[in-house]
Design a protein around this ligand. Structure first.
Ligand code: ADP
Length: 747
C-alpha cells in the first residue's frame, strides 16, 4: 500500500473518527440536556414534595394540638359532669323529700336517703328492687296506715296508677302519723321519676283551717241567729214605743209634751231603721239576700217613697220632685220591696243632706231589642255635696264623709253599701256625681222586663176634652214636668211663676179649661190665689197641688180637687178625665159626714180580726182603729186566730207573722186549706211583719197572705187597708174621715 493510500486511509479513518466524535459529542450534549432537564424536574419535584412534607408536618403538628385540646376538653367535661352529678345528688340528698329514679323495667336506679328512710331502714330496699316490691313492703311492713282498707286493694291501686301515661298524685298516711304525697312522672324513654313529699304540716294546717272555718261558720250562724232574734226582740217593744208615741201625738198635748212625744217617735223610728240596716247588711254579708221579682208599678213605688219623705222635706222647706219619663211604661217585673229600699235610701240621703232647694227623682229609659227596658233612675239634690276624696268610699261599709259639714247628720254608713249591693244583685250599676256645696246626683241603671203589654200612657177610654191649661208654680222644674204631662194629654199650656202673674194672665182675657196651682208659693199661696180668681169671676176648675194636703184643709172650697205632690200621672189623668165629663160619680162624691148614704142603716159593721201575741201591740192596734166603725176582735196566737176566724167570720184578718204556738204563716195556711175544703170565700189576710225586707216575703205570700204591712204600724196604713178591703155588704168603716195620703176630691 502506498503511502498515499495509507494517508488516504488514515484520513478517512480520521474523518470517520472525527465524525464519530462529532456524533458522540452531539449525543453527549443531548444526553446532557436531557439530564439537566430531568435534574431540573427532579429538583422541582423535590421542592414540591418538601413543601407537601412541610405542610403535612404542620398539619400533623396542629392535629396533635387539637387532639390535646379535645383531650383537655373531654377531661374538663368529665370533671364538670362529675361535679354536676355530685352536686345534683348532694342537692337531692339535701331535700327533705324522697326522690327516686326507676328504669323502664320499674327497677330502682337511684334514690336519696329520704326515700330510703320511708322504709324504716330496711336493708332489702336497695337499688335494683322492683317498684311493686317496694309498694308491697310499705303495706306489709305496716309502714302505711291502710285505714282498714284491704291491703291487696291498696297495693293494686298503687301499682295500677303508675301504668297510666299521666300518673295521678297519691297521698298516703304513714303509721307514724306523717302524710306522704307521691308525685310520679314517666320520662321520655319510659323510665320514671318519683317524689315522695312530706305534706304533714300542710295537712295539719288545712285541718286547723277547716276547723277554724267550721268554728267561724258556726259563729256566723250564731251571729245571724242572734241578730235576727235580737232584732225581733228589740223591734217588738220599739214598735210599741213608736205606735204609742204616735197615738200620744194625736191626743191633747201642750207644746212641750208634743215635742217629747214626737222625739220619742222619731228616735224610735231612727232606731228601727238602724236595726233594719244592720240586719240587711248581715244578710248581704252572709249572701243570704235574694230577690223576689213580681210585677209592680215603678212610678207608684217611687211615688210612695216620695210621699213617705214628704213630711221631712216639707219641714226643711225643700221641694221633692218626680219626673217619670212620659213615654215609659210604669209597670215592670222586679223586686218592689228592694226597689223601694233603694229609692228610700237614695231619696232619704238626698233629703237628709239638703237644707235648701230641691230633690229631684228622674226616671228615663230605653226599650232594648229584647223588649226589656233599660232604666236610668237618678236622684239629684242641691245639698252639701260630697268632697272628691270621699266619692270613691261612700259605697263602702260604715263609710261616711268625715267633715265638719257632715257631723250633724246621723246614720250607720251602711245605707249606700246595701243600696249598691241591691242594685248589683239586680244586675245594675250605681254611680254618683257630686260637687261640694252644689249638690249630688246619685244614679243607677237596671234592666227590667215590662210587666204587661207596654202602654205608653194611660189609654184614654174617656179622652181628655180640656184644651187650655194654666200652670202656676214658683219652681221651674215643677212647671216643666207638669207642662210635659199636660201636653201629652193634648192640652195647650200657659205657665206662670206666681199668683200675680196668673191673675194678670186671666185678666188679659185668656180663658182656661183648668188651672193648676201650687199650694206653697211666696207672696200668694194657692188657696188665696183661688179665692182671688173666683172674686175676679173666673169659673174654671182649679186644682190645688200640695205637698201637704192636710195644711190645705179649710181653704179648698174653691178647688175642684186637691192633689198630693208629687203627682202620679194616673191620678192627674183621672182628675182631668173627670173634669172633661162632669157629672156625679161615686169616686168624686163629697166625703160629707153630715150626709151619709141612705142605705147606711141597712149595712152591718165590718168585722176585723187582729192576731197579735204582744199586749202592747194589741193596745196600739186597738187605739189606732178606735175611731173606725168596725167590729174588732183579737187573737193571741195563730191557733186562736184560726178558731176565731171560724166563729167570727171576719172580713179581714191582720196577722202578726211571728207568734208563739202557731205562727202567722201556718195560721194563714190553715185558713186557706179550710176555705178550699169548704168552698168558702177567701178572707183577705194582711200580714204584719217587723221588716218589709225580711226576706220571708216569699214564704209570707206562699202561705196565702194577700197583703203585708210593716211595723211600726201607721194609722194611715191600717186605715188604707181596712178601707180597701171593706166588703160591699159592710158599712164604710172610715166614713167620717178619708185615709191620710189619699187624694181628696171635692168636686
Ligand atoms: P248614712 O247612714 O251615713 O247616710 P250612707 O251609706 O247612706 O250612710 O251614706 C254614706 C255617706 O255618704 C253619708 O254619711 C254621707 O256622708 C254621704 N252621702 C250620701 N248621700 C249623700 C248626699 N245625697 N249628699 C251628700 N252626702 C251624701
Amino acid at each position: 500500500m502506498s503511502i498515499a493510500e495509507k494517508l488516504a486511509k488514515e484520513r478517512r479513518a480520521r474523518l470517520a473518527a472525527e465524525r464519530l466524535l462529532e456524533q458522540k459529542k452531539r449525543e453527549l450534549f443531548a444526553a446532557n440536556s436531557q439530564l439537566s432537564l430531568h435534574a431540573r424536574h427532579l429538583s422541582d419535584q423535590i421542592v414540591e414534595q418538601r413543601h407537601g412534607l412541610e405542610q403535612a408536618r404542620c398539619e400533623a403538628e396542629s392535629l396533635k394540638g387539637q387532639n390535646s385540646q379535645v383531650m383537655c376538653d373531654l377531661r374538663r367535661a368529665t370533671d364538670a359532669a362529675e361535679i354536676a352529678e355530685r352536686r345534683l345528688w348532694e342537692a337531692v340528698e339535701t331535700i327533705q323529700d324522697g326522690f327516686a329514679v326507676f328504669d323502664t323495667e320499674m327497677r330502682l336506679v337511684a334514690a336519696n336517703g329520704a326515700w330510703f328512710a320511708l322504709f324504716d331502714g330496711r336493708t332489702d330496699i336497695q337499688t335494683g328492687i322492683h317498684y311493686d316490691v317496694m309498694i308491697a313492703t310499705l303495706a306489709e311492713a305496716g309502714i302505711v296506715d291502710l285505714d282498714n282498707s284491704d291491703i291487696h286493694d291498696w297495693r293494686h291501686e298503687m301499682t295500677e296508677r303508675i301504668t297510666r301515661a299521666e300518673i295521678p298524685p297519691k297521698t298516703v298516711r304513714l303509721t307514724d302519723g306523717r302524710y306522704i304525697r307521691f308525685i310520679d312522672r314517666h320520662g321520655s324513654e319510659g323510665d320514671m321519676v318519683s317524689m315522695a313529699l312530706d305534706i304533714t304540716e300542710a295537712v295539719d294546717r288545712e285541718a286547723e283551717l277547716e276547723e277554724a272555718r267550721a268554728r267561724a261558720e258556726s259563729a256566723n250562724r250564731a251571729k245571724s241567729a242572734f241578730l235576727a232574734n235580737m232584732s225581733h226582740e228589740i223591734r217588738t217593744p220599739m214598735n210599741g214605743v213608736v205606735g204609742m208615741a204616735e197615738l200620744l201625738i194625736d191626743t191633747d198635748l201642750n207644746e212641750e209634751q208634743r215635742l217629747f212625744a214626737e222625739t220619742i217617735k222619731s228616735s224610735g223610728e231612727a232606731l228601727l231603721t238602724i236595726i233594719n240596716d244592720v240586719l240587711d247588711y248581715s244578710k248581704i254579708e252572709a249572701e243570704k239576700l235574694k230577690l223576689y221579682p213580681e210585677p209592680f208599678d215603678l212610678e207608684r213605688c217611687l211615688h210612695e217613697v216620695v210621699l213617705l219623705l214628704q213630711p221631712s222635706a216639707r219641714d226643711k222647706g225643700i221641694k221633692l220632685l218626680v219626673d217619670f219619663d212620659l213615654f215609659l211604661p210604669t209597670r215592670y217585673v222586679g223586686d218592689p220591696g228592694r226597689m223601694r229600699q233603694i229609692l228610700t235610701n237614695l231619696l232619704g240621703n238626698a233629703v237628709k243632706f239638703t237644707s235648701e232647694g230641691h230633690v229631684l227623682a228622674r226616671v228615663v229609659g230605653l226599650e232594648l231589642p229584647d223588649r226589656r227596658f233599660d232604666l236610668h233612675i237618678t236622684i239629684e239634690d242641691t245639698g252639701i255635696g260630697i268632697p272628691p276624696d270621699y266619692i270613691d268610699h261612700i259605697f263602702g261599709e260604715f263609710n261616711q264623709v268625715e267633715e265638719q259639714s257632715n257631723r250633724k247628720f246621723e246614720g250607720t254608713g251602711l245605707g249606700l253599701a246595701i243600696t249598691r249591693q241591691l242594685v248589683e244583685l239586680m244586675g245594675g250599676t250605681i254611680w254618683v256625681d257630686s260637687e261640694p256645696g252644689q249638690g249630688s246626683c246619685f244614679g243607677f241603671r237596671v234592666t227590667f222586663a215590662p210587666a204587661e203589654p207596654v202602654q205608653v200612657i194611660d189609654k184614654p177610654d174617656r179622652p181628655i176634652l180640656l184644651k187650655r191649661a194654666l200652670i202656676v208654680d214658683d219652681v221651674q222644674i215643677n212647671r216643666v214636668i207638669l207642662e210635659r204631662q199636660l201636653q201629652t194629654y193634648g192640652l195647650e199650656v200657659t205657665m206662670c211663676r206666681s199668683g200675680a202673674e196668673a191673675l194678670q194672665a186671666v185678666a188679659g182675657g185668656d180663658a182656661f179649661d183648668v188651672i193648676l196651682t201650687d199650694h206653697d208659693m211666696p207672696e200668694l199661696e194657692g188657696p188665696e190665689l183661688a179665692a182671688r180668681l173666683r172674686t175676679a169671676g173666673i169659673v174654671s176648675p182649679i186644682l190645688l197641688l200640695s205637698s201637704d194636703p192636710d195644711a190645705a184643709e179649710g181653704g179648698t172650697s174653691d178647688m175642684a180637687a186637691v192633689l198630693q205632690k208629687p203627682i202620679l200621672r194616673s191620678e192627674l189623668f183621672r182628675v182631668l178625665q173627670d173634669l172633661s165629663y162632669p157629672g156625679p160619680k161615686e169616686a168624686f162624691l163629697p166625703l160629707d159626714p153630715a150626709a151619709p148614704p141612705p142605705t147606711l142603716g141597712e149595712k152591718r159593721q165590718m168585722r176585723v180580726l187582729a192576731a197579735e201575741d204582744n199586749r202592747t201591740n194589741q193596745l196600739v192596734f186597738r187605739k189606732m182603729v178606735a175611731d173606725f166603725d168596725i167590729d174588732l176582735q183579737f187573737a193571741n196566737d195563730g191557733r186562736e186566730a184560726v178558731e176565731q176566724w171560724r166563729s167570727f167570720r171576719p172580713d179581714v184578718v191582720f196577722m202578726d207573722i211571728s207568734m208563739p204556738e202557731m205562727d202567722g204563716r201556718e195560721a194563714s195556711r190553715t185558713i186557706r186549706a179550710i176555705e178550699v175544703e169548704r168552698g168558702l170565700v177567701r178572707t183577705p189576710v194582711v200580714a204584719l211583719t217587723a221588716h218589709a225586707m225580711d226576706g220571708d216575703s216569699e214564704s209570707i205570700l206562699a202561705a196565702g197572705i194577700d197583703h203585708y204591712l210593716t211595723k211600726p204600724l201607721k194609722k194611715a196604713a191600717i186605715a188604707d187597708k181596712i178601707g180597701e178591703l171593706c166588703p160591699v155588704e159592710a158599712r164604710p168603716p172610715l166614713g167620717t174621715r178619708p185615709a191620710a195620703g189619699d187624694t181628696r176630691h171635692t168636686v
